[in-house]
Design a binder for this molecule. Structure first.
Ligand SMILES: C[S@@+](CC[C@H](N)C(=O)[O-])C[C@H]1O[C@@H](n2cnc3c(N)ncnc32)[C@H](O)[C@@H]1O
Length: 304
């Protein structure tokens, strides 16, 4: 049995045994994270470990999934560097290969749970969300699209309190099962739907959409739909990567300016943004080597 404050150490040790090369990179990059890292990681991993136990699994399962996801990424990166594009360009292909394949979706999503705290760019965007989420404006209806592992809706619930209605919409049943299982919070509504097919008369004061825009063929259309779900004066927290090949990524943003231009063209105002490269190099080098960039921003609708 791993003690609650030791989950992160346990994961690091397990990675070092199973894959020393990945561990070397991890140990270096974990030096970049801030002081709250250990506490936030262990808080979420405690919930995750409880959920794993309900499936007769242990943290070693999560470590195996993480390493499988890292192996997939290396292959996708190789293809990306050879072709200059992501391997998938159609939603249909990804749906067939990934979303409708519970086995792949399961290990991929479990891998992402660990990545939230093992990859500095993921952790930085989480800190950015926590630091600037609370604008002092009350949120009655909160929506998360593509909630995945549930980390963000958990944090939002903690910050907003119990009076806010919270809804998570995800196209993958595996993602919903994972988030529901980890959070074990029956006050959050989980809806199985493609965002494009999701509509409701209740509009939302705040919408979080992390790492979903790159999963669609037409991000412009997705942002227009997102806008239609927002209440007047509502705000959005959005993240999406550039140059980040993954088995389920479709739309390739080549740099932050392409993302900003899209946000501007769809009528959004960027209130505040945060950029983080996956590797600790200068932005010039990162651009030259097409290294993954994490883009995160708080937005509202122009004249909205
Ligand atoms: C990479 S995960 C992101 C998880 C989490 N939001 C985060 O920021 O780390 C992408 C999630 O978006 C979901 N997704 C992809 N396309 C979607 C769509 N069209 N409508 C709703 N959910 C979608 C996937 O099933 C998956 O759970």
């Amino acid at each position: 049995m791993v003690e609650e404050e030791k989950f992160l150490d346990y994961i690091a040790k397990a990675v070092s045994v199973k894959n020393p090369v990945t561990y070397k990179k991890l140990a270096k990059s974990l030096k970049r994270v801030g002081p709250s890292h250990g506490q936030l990681a262990n808080e979420f991993f405690a919930k995750y470990v409880q959920y794993l136990a309900t499936r007769q699994l242990t943290l070693d399962y999560g470590v195996g999934c993480f390493l499988q996801m890292v192996a997939d990424m290396l292959i996708e990166r190789q293809k990306f560097l050879e072709t200059g594009s992501y391997a998938n360009s159609s939603y249909e292909a990804v749906d067939k290969a990934i979303y409708s394949n519970p086995e792949i979706m399961d290990y991929h999503m479990h891998g992402l749970v660990l990545a939230q705290f093992l990859w500095p760019d993921q952790f930085e965007r989480y800190c950015f969300f926590r630091d600037f989420f609370d604008s002092g404006v009350p949120v009655q209806n909160y929506l998360e699209i593509g909630g995945g592992h549930g980390l963000y809706v958990m944090a939002a619930r903690q910050m907003l309190g119990v009076d806010t209605r919270m809804v998570v919409v995800d196209i993958s049943q595996s993602s919903l099962d994972l988030a529901q299982g980890i959070l074990a919070d029956s006050s959050i509504e989980f809806i199985h739907s493609d965002l494009f097919k999701f509509d409701t008369p209740t509009k939302f004061d705040f919408i979080t959409m992390g790492e979903v825009l790159e999963h669609v063929e037409d991000p412009h259309r997705m942002l227009e739909h997102l806008k239609s779900l927002l209440a007047p004066g509502g705000r959005i927290f959005l993240t999406t990567p550039a140059n980040a090949p993954m088995i389920d990524h479709i739309y390739l943003f080549r740099d932050e300016d392409e993302i900003r231009a899209l946000l501007h063209d769809t009528g959004f105002v960027i209130e505040r943004e945060h950029l983080c490269y996956a590797e600790e190099v200068t932005p010039e080098l990162a651009r030259h080597f097409k290294l993954p960039l994490m883009y995160a921003a708080f937005l509202h609708v122009r004249n909205g």
